[in-house]
Design a protein around this ligand. Structure first.
Ligand code: NOJ
Length: 529
């Protein structure tokens, strides 16, 4: 069948660590609590670095830990160059970086350039300085006498504009926020903004970070004139499916920003990298972010959005490799993150959902390029139904829909009851954990060779034996409509999305996502050599 692939040369010029890395996303407030206040923190993460090394990942990506009023759990930054006391101190960040490097893990930090917190000194100064001032010109303030300046909606629901208070006899201006009202959008047409972020990049590069995950990378520039959007069918919540088209997304000017950042990173040693969170309409528009002189990678959300279907998975593999091939880029694969429903739940939940999640993960880990894992998926955690009184996602407050808290429940480490060793105390963490998580703790799963964590460890260890040597070529194989099958170098991968067993390919089974016999059962995948 069809063979496709990138430039097959994995050697010259294509040796950077991130091209084949498996990166583990840490959501700091929910990973490990070092001081017992019920919220995860940097010392907690540092104490668990040996766990991550033993899991077998190559890098960690930390969601924001900067100074922030935490209206969007750190994606509302008040100081890009300091650590929020909730998470520790700059000294704690230095220790984390140093110890991560000592155990062989690269560290990617989150950069939030589309908006600041409304508590950032720039926004406070903008409010104080008033209309027409250079301070307001760092954000997108507009006059409008009769309601919001255009029809844009916030990704978190409701209008994307908020009117500020004005002095007597004046009409308050409106400011744009594509997310919460506490996250005013910066005006990237103002050169001061770009200069500020170059300083932020250098601040963290100097401290030794290996890369940046760039938040809302497709959103920085808005179409001149801020015209009304015609994509009226937008969802009220980004949890279901983010809006990707309209005059606020994917504007051509944004690529100049990444060309500049590319130059900044290139001055540093050690293959520093940029990965884009860019929700784009097509694989080709995604690939534009990873042209040779821009970012290193972009999250491949098409893989995450694909339903449980062999043909859907095959279509994503083909279109991804075709698109990144156009720019000679590196593909990425991702199934879960802190914004979406955890994939075992998306695939139906329960035993079937977990079997499918493990199978999709195994298929993903055999594909060329790099993969991103989200904390807790190695335990097979499902989305939690968080009781309304504990919900904190700004989209919940703006829409009344459950929001994203259910994939952000703190990790269970050990013990039979909450907080499952999340921190030193016995108190409830910031979101209560389910009473049923005893068998899903790290300690419980480590003791069980059939557990999801044992499966992840084995898969990651086996992946290391071929990830860099199997080449980037993928040949899709025809094994029937319900089966995704492909060959990459010496490895044949078969993922059974149907309801009946299918024959196993000939050869040595290197890894299976669940029990197999002489056939490959439904909802199961194998690697065969
Ligand atoms: C994407 C982040 O992943 C999400 O958590 C955040 O709410 C928005 N960007 C706004 O920064």
């Amino acid at each position: 069948m069809e063979a496709m692939g990138l430039n097959d040369q994995t050697s010259a010029g294509r040796h950077e660590w991130w091209r084949h890395a498996v990166t583990y996303q840490i959501y700091p407030r929910s990973f490990a609590d070092g001081n017992g206040d019920g919220v995860g923190d940097l010392p907690g993460i540092t104490s668990r670095l040996p766990y991550l090394r033993d899991l077998g990942v190559d890098a960690i990506w930390l969601s924001p830990f900067y100074r922030s009023p935490q209206k969007d759990h750190g994606y509302d930054v008040a100081d890009y160059c300091d650590v929020d006391p909730l998470f520790g101190s700059l000294a704690d960040a230095d220790v984390l970086l140093e110890q991560a490097h000592e155990v062989g893990l690269k560290v990617i930090v989150d950069l939030v350039p589309n908006h600041t917190s409304d508590q950032h000194p720039w926004f406070r100064a903008a409010l104080a300085a008033g209309p027409g001032s250079p301070e307001r010109a760092r954000y997108i303030f507009r006059d409008s006498a009769d309601g919001p300046p255009n029809n844009w909606r916030s990704v978190f629901g409701g209008p994307a504009w908020t009117q500020v208070e004005a002095g007597p006899g004046e009409v308050g201006q409106w400011y744009l926020h594509l997310f919460d009202a506490s996250q005013p959008d910066l005006d990237w047409r103002n050169p001061e903004v770009g200069d500020m972020f170059v300083d932020v990049l250098r601040f963290w590069l100097d401290r030794g970070v290996d890369g940046f995950r760039v938040d809302v990378a497709h959103g920085l520039f808005k179409e001149e004139g801020l015209p009304d959007t015609v994509t009226s069918a937008r969802k009220e919540s980004m949890v279901e499916a983010p809006d990707v088209e309209g005059p606020m997304w994917d504007q051509p000017e944004v690529h100049d920003v990444y060309r500049r950042w590319h130059e900044v990173l290139a001055k540093y040693d050690g293959d520093r990298m940029l990965v884009a969170e860019a929700w784009t309409p097509t694989p080709e528009s995604m690939a534009r972010y990873i042209r040779e002189d821009e970012m290193s990678q972009a999250f491949n959300f098409a893989w995450l959005l694909a339903p449980w279907s062999a043909s859907a998975f095959a279509e994503v593999v083909t279109s991804t490799l075709d698109a990144v091939g156009l720019v000679d880029g590196t593909p990425t694969w991702v199934l879960s993150n802190h914004d979406v429903v955890r994939h075992p739940t998306r695939y139906g939940g329960g035993e079937v959902g977990l079997a499918r999640a493990r199978a999709a993960t195994l298929a993903m880990l055999a594909l060329p390029g790099s993969a991103y894992l989200y904390q807790g998926e190695e335990l097979g955690l499902e989305q939690v139904e968080v009781e309304p009184e504990f919900r904190q996602d700004p989209s919940w407050f703006r829409t009344g829909e459950p929001g994203r808290d259910g994939c952000r429940v703190p990790i269970p480490w050990s013990g039979e009851t909450p907080p499952y060793g999340f921190g030193p105390g016995t108190g409830q963490p910031w979101i209560p954990q389910p009473a049923t998580w005893g068998p899903l703790t790290v300690a419980a799963e480590e003791a069980d060779p059939a557990s999801t964590i044992s499966f992840y460890r084995a898969a990651l260890a086996t992946r290391r034996t071929f990830a860099t040597s199997a080449g980037d070529r993928v040949e899709l194989l025809d094994r029937g409509a319900d089966v995704l099958a492909f060959r990459r170098g010496p490895i044949t991968v078969v993922l059974n999305c149907g309801s009946d067993p299918v024959p196993l390919p000939d050869g040595e089974v290197l890894m299976a996502s669940g029990p197999i016999d002489y056939n490959l059962p439904a909802n199961t995948a194998v690697w065969v050599r």
